[in-house]
Design a binder for this molecule. Structure first.
Ligand code: NAP
Length: 264
């Protein structure tokens, strides 16, 4: 846990929209897809509890959004997750915080990087879900949504551990749907292909700008807002509809290994 008191209460009321009166927890709200989800859900009237490690970013965002709860939390810190989320009531959980590190083959990978990816992408999702789901089940309603990846459906060279982590996220989503059918809580996974205007590639390639640029060269990738719109659509379906799995590709991407690039 970093910095401020996590119990900042976001109950501000007064917002209109299809998600008015619903309270959403979003991990990884300080940049990229999580940030876009925060904007979209707030625009639809939801109350927000924003989580990430960079509290300063979240504080700035609360000003833009006209109010939100802020939780500076590292999702890999299981004790902190349990402590800070105990008793927190939310209607929507968006498990978005995640990362990849490096593009090494498994034979040359760094086990410390593997650990961080698994701890964040898998253990983080499990810890947060374990903390927030029982309350939703007791109230008989809610949405738990994963930001997975097409890497949870296909693999590619240099992505073994990241792909393993996102395959695990999809398995967790599937198990949750089976375990809690009829509970009133819906479970979904949104699995995007390549998304630009996030920090994902900067983190993965450790700030190597030339290599980051090359990832998106000659392609119109998805934007974070595209993913957020899909999330919003899922959350605003009527209660009898559970959009389980939604795969979003950029039009120029056919698979994790097939991308059409404009020449030049
Ligand atoms: N970009 C893509 O091409 C793409 C494609 C498919 C799926 N995804 C998935 O989309 C999700 C969001 O990624 P993004 O592209 O938006 O990347 P991003 O801009 O790097 O955002 C990642 C977010 O996760 C947070 N985070 C990372 N580690 C954390 C931790 N230990 N505890 C709490 N928060 C943590 C970061 O905030 P702090 O650093 O402030 O903690 C940041 O807000 C990830 O799960 C990623 O795997 C991305």
């Amino acid at each position: 846990m970093i910095g401020m008191n996590a119990r900042a209460d976001s109950r501000d009321g007064g917002k209109d929209g299809p998600l008015a009166g619903r309270r959403a927890w979003i991990s990884g709200a300080s940049s990229g897809i999580g940030l876009a989800c925060a904007r979209a859900l707030r625009g639809a009237g939801a109350e927000l509890v924003l989580c990430a490690r960079r509290a300063d970013r979240l504080q700035q965002l609360t000003v833009e959004l006209g109010g939100a709860g802020v939780l500076a939390l590292d999702v890999t810190d299981r004790a902190a997750v349990e402590r800070e989320l105990a008793g927190m009531e939310v209607d929507i959980v968006i498990n978005n915080a995640g990362l990849a590190l490096g593009v090494d083959k498994l034979s040359a990978g760094d086990p410390a990087d593997w650990q961080r990816v698994i701890d964040t992408n898998v253990m983080g999702v499990l810890s947060v879900t374990r903390a927030l789901l029982p309350g939703m089940l007791a109230r008989g309603r809610g949405d738990v949504l994963m930001i997975g990846s097409v890497a949870g459906r296909q693999v590619y060279p240099g992505g073994g551990v990241y792909c393993a982590s996102k395959h695990a996220v999809r398995a967790i989503y599937e198990a949750l749907r089976l375990e809690h059918v009829g509970s009133g809580v819906r479970f979904s996974t949104v699995d995007p292909g390549m998304v630009t205007n996030t920090e994902f590639s900067n983190v993965r390639l450790r700030g190597d700008e030339a290599r980051v640029k090359a990832v998106y060269q000659g392609v119109d990738p998805l934007q974070p807002q595209d993913v957020a719109e899909a999330v919003l659509w899922i959350l605003t379906r009527p209660p009898h509809v559970n959009v389980g799995e939604l795969v979003l590709w950029a039009s120029a991407q056919a698979s994790t290994t097939s991308v059409h690039r404009r020449p030049g």
